[in-house]
Write a protein that binds this ligand. Sequence first.
Ligand code: AMP
Ligand code: ZN
Length: 475
Amino acid sequence: MQIKLFNTMSRKVEEFKPITPGHVGFYSCGPTVYHFAHIGNLRSFVLADLLKRMFIENGFDVTNVMNITDVGHLTSDDDDSGEDKMEKGAARDNKSVWDIAKFYTDEFLRDSFDMNLLEPTHRPRATDYIKEQIDLVKKLEELGYTYEIPNDGIYYDTSKFAGYGALTGGALSGNRAGARVEFNDAKRNPTDFALWKFSPRDKKRQMEWNSPWGLGFPGWHAECSAMSMALLGDHFDIHTGGIDLSRVHHANEIAQSEPITGEPWVNYWVHSEFLVDKSGDKMSKSAGEFLTLTVLKNRGYDPMAYRYMLLLGHYQSQLAFSWDALESASNGYKNIVRRVADLIDAAADSAVDDAQYTAWHDKILGVVSDNLKTAEALVMVQELLKDTTINAATKIKLFEFIDRLLGLQFIPRANALRELENAAVPTEIQTLADARTAAKTAKDWARADEIRAQIDAAGWSIVDTKDGVKIVKKA
Ligand code: AMP
Ligand code: ZN
């Protein structure tokens, strides 16, 4: 099947052609573990997950990498100034840098599990690749791309790299227009960036390493070039991240990598747009106020409802988060789960129609392979549910495929719902339900309501159906 992706480099939707037939290698910028991931960060990770699923369903052998940034990310991404995000997070939490790295990595892994993100083939931590980063800086030094700023670090001279900023169409001079920070005067060009930062003389850093340039730590951008090349080779297919990374972080990754590889380094750059609030502001960790998946869960939302909400949009468009939008996505999601639960019950009485299965499979995979049009795939899911010419067994087999492709866990959730509905009712609950029916018959509404509340408090709900009272375990 033809695969198309929007390539930020060409600003066009392009047909995907793998470097090695049948194989795709891609790298995704992962979280900086100085704080919880917010639900905006999760949007960029869902993009990586969807890509992986789409390639797997197209029969590709996938090698993908998502790093954990646990060093070297300063509060101003634009000019390598400001505080070290990890040290700042450690001071805030009153823990060591190593402890917060572990803590927030574990939190991130739990979010990834809850969001049903497939495990990447490799999940390298920047601190495990210090040698590779030093080697990268050494090579750039040998090639004449670096200079030293005393008491500061080794910097990359962006004027030496002809294609600098090509990803965002920016020439050297235009790239920093409107930059919100004053740049380091000692830099030769405003866009130059740190490859290696020296440890301050008067203060011991918690994370620092020896290098040919003395004690210090790598600049943030170095890790993604070093780790991707170590794990995917000098030339790989796709690189992903949030759109904010394209202007500086990814421009710098390209500038670091291509002088070394001597050839184009990445073929396709795929970026996800922001999750914004109602006023259009980007959700960000540095702004202090942000929503995590835990907050959503504590308000009773299934992480799959949030994933469903993301998939109702397109990764190239901004998506506004509001509780109303989540509530409506959650209702839509539950509605599908309810119908899938009914289909599971009915499926035993029919056999899969292979021709219909293939037709729907190809139709749905077709829109997702066409630049990840997940919203269109979800419209097809609704059409599939409505189509009375397709039997339950065929629909269920299609939902198994839809779950693999979109990761929405419709079938596991439908099974959980059936289990709750079929759970044996304990005698005391049955006795209460009978007493409620008796109260209703006697028109003692107050008593009936009181008993219903008792049943509710015990974790069961009473549903009055046309066939009588149903007692259902609450989720
Ligand atoms: P960080 O943990 O800050 O290094 O960010 C991890 C990923 O989340 C990066 O790919 C960012 O571009 C992305 N990101 C940050 N904020 C948002 C947002 N509001 N919406 C979507 N993606 C975001
Ligand atoms: Zn990166």
